[in-house]
Design a protein around this ligand. Structure first.
Ligand SMILES: [Zn+2]
Length: 412
């Protein structure tokens, strides 16, 4: 980093000071404000900090924080890895992450879907991992077909970047097809309601369990290099590796792990070396964490959008295990809760369900329509104390999750 121009060094130093002050003031980890100060002083700071490093960008609607964490863990044999572990996934967060690890030759950066073209242009990332695109925060997120189009265009003009993409998601496949070289991973797609139309021509997609193709044009699922089937992943050389040792639960995390294995293979880290490192990741920013409270073991699951709900349902304790649903609709959650109607909640029948959060009435109406019995409570504590000692799953969207996490312990 001593190679940086003086102005950039000053930008980094002042950014760090701002971040430190923000932390001291108890306003988060400071990576956003630190990056903002740095970029204000040197608008090319991200480009300068990225120079001479091998970088991975990770983007998707769901799973990007977890996959970033998994890739970072699996790259540790290569040396120090810079990463935005706190989920600050815009350029300000990227600047902070890289500035905090000046000697790291590698970096793994979670990237907000909208910022992929900009960050790709500024960093010239070596590998771009793209997992899924689905509806999310409808009042503020860009339309996902537009996003896929922007990815495609950006990758067409970034021939240096190799893409690792989930070929089970047609929209991601279409976006990734702009790249010069792609590793296709059959990582699965549980939520399919956003991919019944061909992104190329608008025609209907014919789908079965494994394959998909357009009925009207030649757009079809590419032949995968890596295949996830159940809990086994098969590498391009035909060797198979069980993912049963993962600590993170559920099929969504097996999918994230398959992508991580394909990404680190680009840097020469083989699956047998990577898998024990993936297994060491037990929770990500509080997700999947179990906290103890009055004899209850409360497990926190984050669910921000319809695809995320399916992931959470997949890892619930078997019925009749109790579950609390907590829904807010603040800025980071998206103000529009109409997406609750996209999710099939009938899977919750047969277990005690408590509903809380600012938008508990919206959630209650939805469950009523799905004929799922439930109890509305004003506060999560009421639900926690109503269940007998033992396991309790809590599914919450973003700010509700953060509130609960702050209340019962910020174990990461
Ligand atoms: Zn088509």
């Amino acid at each position: 980093m001593s190679d940086l121009p003086l102005r950039s060094q000053l930008a980094v130093a002042l950014g760090r000071t701002a971040a430190k002050m923000s932390r001291l003031a108890g306003r988060g980890d400071g990576s956003v404000i630190g990056g903002r100060v740095g970029l204000a002083l040197d608008p090319e700071l991200l480009t300068r900090l990225a120079r001479d490093r091998k970088l991975v960008l990770v983007s998707a609607t769901n799973g990007k924080t977890t996959t970033t964490r998994l890739i970072t863990a699996a790259m540790t044999p290569l040396g120090e890895v810079a990463t935005n572990a706190f989920g600050a996934n815009m350029p300000t967060g990227h600047v902070s992450a890289l500035a905090a690890a000046p000697d790291a030759r590698y970096g793994v950066l979670e990237c907000d879907e909208k910022y992929v073209p900009m960050v790709l242009a500024e960093t010239g990332a070596n590998v771009v991992a793209l997992m899924n695109l689905s509806r999310d925060q409808m009042d503020r997120a860009a339309e996902i077909w537009l996003l896929a189009g922007k990815w495609r265009k950006a990758l067409e003009t970034s021939p240096q970047s190799h893409v690792v993409a989930n070929c089970d998601d047609p929209l991601v496949t279409w976006g990734a097809s702009g790249a010069k070289s792609v590793t296709w991973v059959a990582a699965g797609q549980h939520w399919r309601e956003d991919s019944w139309c061909c992104p190329e021509c608008g025609g209907p997609l014919d789908r079965d369990d494994q394959d998909w193709r357009c009925r009207q044009c030649t757009f079809a699922r590419p032949r995968p290099d890596w295949v996830l089937h159940g809990d086994v992943v098969t590498a391009p050389d035909g060797r198979s590796f069980p993912l049963t040792g993962l600590s993170l639960p559920g099929r969504a995390n097996r999918s994230n792990a398959a992508i991580a294995l394909a990404v680190v293979a680009q840097f020469g880290v083989q699956p047998e070396q990577a898998l024990p490192l993936l297994a060491q990741v037990k929770s990500v920013a509080g997700r999947y964490t179990t906290v103890e409270h009055e004899g209850r073991r409360i497990r926190l699951l984050l669910s921000k959008n319809p695809a995320g709900w399916l992931e959470a349902f997949d890892v619930l304790q078997p019925a009749p295990g109790p579950v609390v649903l907590s829904i807010n609709a603040q800025g980071p959650d998206g103000r529009d809760t109409s997406w609750l109607w996209d999710v099939d909640y009938r899977i919750l029948r047969g277990r005690p369900v408590w509903v809380t959060g600012e938008r508990r009435i919206d959630m209650a109406v939805r469950l009523e329509a799905a004929e799922v019995p439930f109890t509305v409570v004003d506060d999560i504590e009421q639900a926690v104390m109503a269940v007998p000692p033992g396991h309790l799953d809590v599914i919450a969207n973003y700010t509700a999750f953060q509130n609960i996490r702050a209340r019962y312990g910020r174990v990461v």
